[in-house]
Design a binder for this molecule. Structure first.
Ligand code: CAA
Length: 390
């Protein structure tokens, strides 16, 4: 039998995250959005109460929560503000390849840094000419003695300006396509240059930068997993982090839905609250169903991981559906607010802007459909690196 009941511990965790979102995130969210201010104070507080680095195993100083528990927290924090949650949650993306495939020494050093202090890390995959097509990347890593020398540039890097270290993907064999990519941990003080701060449409409280490497030398033992196996590590990472993005999208949708429901009961037109009109009721009904479906897909994609199963297909189902739902629900919330929805003084226009990125980062909705189509039409056995058990 399928049981959707959370344990008392999980309910308490979710309540704690909701409480944090209510008291620490919501009161500052719209102000941070206005100026694109990075939420440094909120990050420190979230780190102190244990709402960051939730997937880091206990042996490296983290709470070692499972994927479902991570999703419960991510939905609540994103309900508070998805821009803030992107800043808080990015360590999960950056540290996943390390947890999956790095040596014990690298795990101790770099996962340890995140749990010992409120530091940030970034995940550097995308390049100006290699977004969806990961294997088209141009950044190189050349082995020289006991070092790798990295050259290239990565764009759209979350927390790029503030990161203490970076997981960086680079070509170690330029002729081998996706089989020539390796993954590295690059400490910021190795000479990383942060050279472009993006001014974004939404999630303005999150930091997005370009990060460049000009002859950056790192010790050879900062290779994560085996040489030329980086593409698989990146794909396995995204399988593990897309449920969290789906949870965030569910949080945005829920926030927009709640504002729309409350407004529809207050706003009077034609002599009755607009919630009495069937046109609005049907919009509310569709929003409610789609949010519920987003959460169920999200939970399924996380629970598969917690059971040690491959979740590529369901992870893409969840990310695609929840992201598209967030965009639709936020757009409909603006519609329910009518002209007021278009005004910055009201809360839903921010949510509509924030929702858009959910369809773009960690794989666009089109890439999720591509994965779903491939997994459906051409199911294949995928070998995962032996070390990749986290
Ligand atoms: N797990 C393990 N291995 C996998 C895998 C998975 N989920 N998916 C594919 N592989 C393996 C395949 O088995 C194949 O292995 P072999 O070498 O043995 O043949 C290899 O990887 C290549 O697979 P494909 O042929 O499917 O690769 P592709 O080039 O066609 O690309 C893709 C597939 C799905 C389009 C992929 O490139 C992709 O996911 N692109 C989107 C990238 C993305 O999400 N970027 C987001 C960046 S992060 C971000 O946004 C965060 C931020 O900070 C803003």
């Amino acid at each position: 039998m399928v049981d959707f009941t959370l344990t008392d511990e999980q309910k308490a965790m979710r309540e704690m995250a909701h409480d944090f979102a209510t008291k620490e995130i919501r009161p500052v969210a719209w102000e941070l959005d206005k100026d694109g201010t990075f939420p440094e104070e909120v990050i420190k507080k979230a780190w102190e109460v244990g709402l960051m680095n939730t997937h880091i195993p206990e042996e490296y100083g983290g709470p070692g929560l499972n994927y479902l528990e991570g999703c419960l927290i991510e939905e609540e924090l994103s309900w508070g503000c998805s821009g803030v949650q992107t800043s808080l949650g990015c360590n999960g993306l950056a540290s996943a390849p390390v947890a999956l495939a790095a040596s014990d020494e690298l795990k101790k050093e770099y996962l340890g840094r995140l749990t010992e202090a409120p530091l940030l890390a970034s995940f550097c995959l995308t390049e100006p000419d290699a977004g969806s097509d990961v294997s088209g990347m141009k950044t190189t890593a050349v082995k020289k003695g006991d070092k790798y020398v990295i050259n290239g540039s990565k764009c759209f890097i979350t927390n790029g300006e503030f990161a203490n270290w970076y997981t960086v993907y680079a070509k170690t064999d330029k002729e081998a396509g996706h089989r020539g990519i390796s993954c590295f941990v690059v400490p910021r003080d190795a000479g990383v240059i942060v050279d472009h701060h993006e001014d974004k449409m939404g999630q303005r409280a999150s930091n997005t930068a370009t990060v460049s490497f000009n002859d950056v030398e790192i010790p050879a033992d900062h290779l994560v997993g085996e040489e030329n196996k980086g593409f698989k590590i990146a794909m396995m990472t995204l399988d593990r982090t897309r449920p969290g993005v789906a949870a965030m999208a569910t949080g945005i949708a829920r926030a927009a839905f709640e504002f729309a429901v409350a407004y529809s009961k207050e706003r009077v037109q034609f002599g009755v609250p607009i919630a009495m009109h069937q046109a609005i009721q049907f919009m509310i009904a569709d929003m409610a169903t789609e949010i519920e479906a987003s959460r169920l897909l999200t939970w399924k994609s996380a629970v598969l991981l917690d059971q040690g199963q491959r979740n590529t297909l369901v992870s893409s189902h969840a990310k695609r559906f929840a992201a598209d739902t967030a965009m639709k629900v936020a757009t409909d919330a603006v519609q329910i607010y009518g002209g007021y929805g278009f005004i910055k003084e009201y809360p839903v226009e921010k949510l509509m802007r924030d929702a858009k990125i959910m369809q773009l980062y960690e794989g666009t909705s089109q890439i999720q459909r591509l994965v779903i189509a491939r997994e459906t039409l051409l199911p294949r056995h995928i070998e995962e690196p032996a070390a990749a058990t986290a």
